[in-house]
Ligand binder design. Sequence first.
Ligand SMILES: Nc1ncnc2c1ncn2[C@@H]1O[C@H](COP(=O)(O)OP(=O)(O)O)[C@@H](O)[C@H]1O
Ligand SMILES: O=C(O)C1=C[C@@H](OP(=O)(O)O)[C@@H](O)[C@H](O)C1
Ligand SMILES: [Mg+2]
Length: 168
Amino acid sequence: MAPVAVVVGPPGAGKTTVGQALAALLGVRFADTDHLVEERAGKPIPEIFFDDGEDEFRRLERETIAASLGSFDGVLALGGGAILDDGTRDALGAHTVVFLSVELSDAVKRVGLGAGRPLLSVNPRATLKYLMEQRRPLYAAVATHTVKTDGRDPGDLAAELAGLLKPG
Ligand SMILES: Nc1ncnc2c1ncn2[C@@H]1O[C@H](COP(=O)(O)OP(=O)(O)O)[C@@H](O)[C@H]1O
Ligand SMILES: O=C(O)C1=C[C@@H](OP(=O)(O)O)[C@@H](O)[C@H](O)C1
Ligand SMILES: [Mg+2]
């Protein structure tokens, strides 16, 4: 069993929003690894970072993704930093992976003050700029499909992806 599509990209790319709309259009389930990690830890992501540290979050994220890639057959959205892990990038090589790209100005508007995203809690714009530059090659390396999201409506993006991913 494997996901119909795995959705990657930086914070604010729309992985959760577009992933959910895509799953609805395809008539499959949707899961977000951030949500699965929160369920596993029994607390929200900011609390995991605060109480247990980023390394523990990354460990939970890595394990959750490995389990989901082998057991989930819907649309799976990852957290923005998931692709930092070498093993996760290797595992994604066997999957359909959609990279939702976004430029800094739209990403900044979308994440606002970074509420709920602990890495962006101080100076979201500068941090996002750094994260996006560091990670862009990693998203590109795992992507089988890349879609630019700037200035585009989430529903339209989901419809375009549904067309790309439909068999036949
Ligand atoms: N294409 C888009 N255009 C405008 N706003 C968007 C778009 N995609 C997502 N958003 C908004 O941006 C915010 C972050 O989206 P989200 O899906 O949580 O991104 P991610 O999961 O990639 O961090 C949400 O408020 C969402 O409604
Ligand atoms: O970029 C990151 O390292 C993170 C992105 C978040 O997910 P989104 O990309 O859905 O915001 C979440 O996994 C966590 O706050 C760390
Ligand atoms: Mg998300």
